[in-house]
Design a protein around this ligand. Structure first.
Ligand SMILES: Cc1ncc(COP(=O)(O)O)c(C=O)c1O
Length: 366
């Protein structure tokens, strides 16, 4: 059986809210890739663009860093977790974490078999009591995996954002139990602008050891990074990346994307726009009878409950979004830097047209 990767759409030009990675690429990033196409450059990261990238990240984070560019967020997560979790260790994360639900076992693969421990918590954020209990569970018992790291997703899979205090509280538990703290920042910029703080405040100042720094969902063509604040894992990460087939020979093209992404605040501008669009969508849908907003979006993801017939109606009109991954009626809308106010208005108008004032769906087969 072929793995299912299909998206449901009834239009040649779907108006998509499936994910932020259905967006194109920021023109500045395309221009930077084109610009570095002239002439030759040394391979495997020995080119000037890659060499200068670490300095650029150090400036962004106000801290010395080691940066490892990779082609996907799953690779960044797997490599980062492997660097701080032995095969007999465990990674503590929220049950809804991407590493747990959506990476096809990549963290287990990269760590050579470490166990993922699923923790509960509201709004996809790890519950502190559950973390405290599990952080020291069976430590020293040779029959049990050893707690080694904690992974938090910022922004979370439901569009919520950990506050600095919440990250600090998790980090305090990590420090007392000697666990590494990893941040899955596939939507790092979205969380950052939502909090209005600095990258340093959201990471190492709050006790984060290493970050999967996402860029692909927010304007690049295809590059994410592992950013580590810990010197002791740097050389292991370099070897791990090569062994994982993630050391790109023409790395200058990845580095060019990342430079352009970080240049003149493009990453923050893109993320702020995506977040604004999610908020506008939430406001628009909240006024429609029968629609229930599950979680007010702090970043660029919106979960709602919609009448089933409204879901079908929207899909029939060519709108695209995930709706069959959770309980019936639960829908996820994701906005991106390329979502326009008109896209949002169209969806809202369409939903209004499908719902009459009494909340019944008109013109759609039951
Ligand atoms: C929270 C989170 N982490 C990581 C990823 C990385 O995904 P990919 O391997 O598709 O780049 C995603 C993508 O959907 C995500 O939503």
């Amino acid at each position: 059986m072929k793995p299912n990767n299909d998206l449901e759409s009834n239009s040649d030009r779907p108006r998509g809210f499936w994910s932020d990675n259905i967006a194109g690429v920021s023109p500045e990033v395309i221009a930077a890739v084109a610009a570095c196409n002239a002439g030759q450059a040394l391979p495997y990261g020995n080119d000037d663009l890659t060499r200068s990238l670490e300095r650029r990240f150090a400036d962004v984070f106000e801290h010395e860093v080691d940066v490892y560019l990779v082609s996907t967020g799953s690779a960044a997560n797997g490599l980062a977790l492997a660097a701080v979790t032995p095969p007999w260790g465990s990674v503590l994360s929220h049950a809804d974490a991407h590493i747990n639900r959506d990476e096809c076992g990549a963290p287990e693969f990269y760590t050579a078999g470490a166990k993922l421990i699923q923790l509960p918590g509201k709004a996809a954020k790890i519950d502190l009591d559950a973390l405290t209990v599990n952080a020291t569970r069976m430590v020293g018992d040779v029959h049990s995996v050893q707690p080694s790291s904690v992974s938090i997703t910022q922004a979370t899979e439901v569009g919520s954002v950990y506050t600095l205090d919440e990250i600090g509280a998790i980090s305090a538990i990590c420090q007392s139990a000697k666990l590494a703290l990893h941040m899955d920042g596939a939507r790092f910029a979205n969380a950052l602008v939502a909090l209005g703080c600095s990258p340093a405040q959201m990471t190492w100042k709050a006790g984060v050891d290493l970050v999967s720094f996402g860029a692909t969902k927010n304007g690049t063509l295809g590059v994410d990074a592992v950013v580590s604040f810990r010197k002791d894992i740097a050389s292991a990460l370099a070897f791990r990346r090569k062994r994982a087939g993630q050391l790109s020979s023409k790395m200058r093209f990845m580095s060019a994307q990342m430079h352009a992404y970080l240049q003149d605040g493009l990453w923050l501008h893109n993320a702020a726009h995506a977040n604004d669009m999610a908020k506008a969508l939430a406001r628009g849908l909240a006024s429609i009878p029968g629609v229930e907003i599950q979680q007010v979006p702090e970043a660029n993801i919106l979960f709602c409950r919609l009448p089933m017939r409204l879901i079908r109606g929207l899909i029939d009109m060519g709108f695209g979004f995930y709706h069959d991954r959770w309980e019936p009626g639960i829908v996820r809308f994701v906005t991106s830097f390329s979502t326009t106010a008109e896209d949002v208005a169209e969806l809202k108008r369409a939903a209004f047209d499908l719902v009459d004032s009494a909340g019944a769906i008109s013109g759609v087969e039951v």
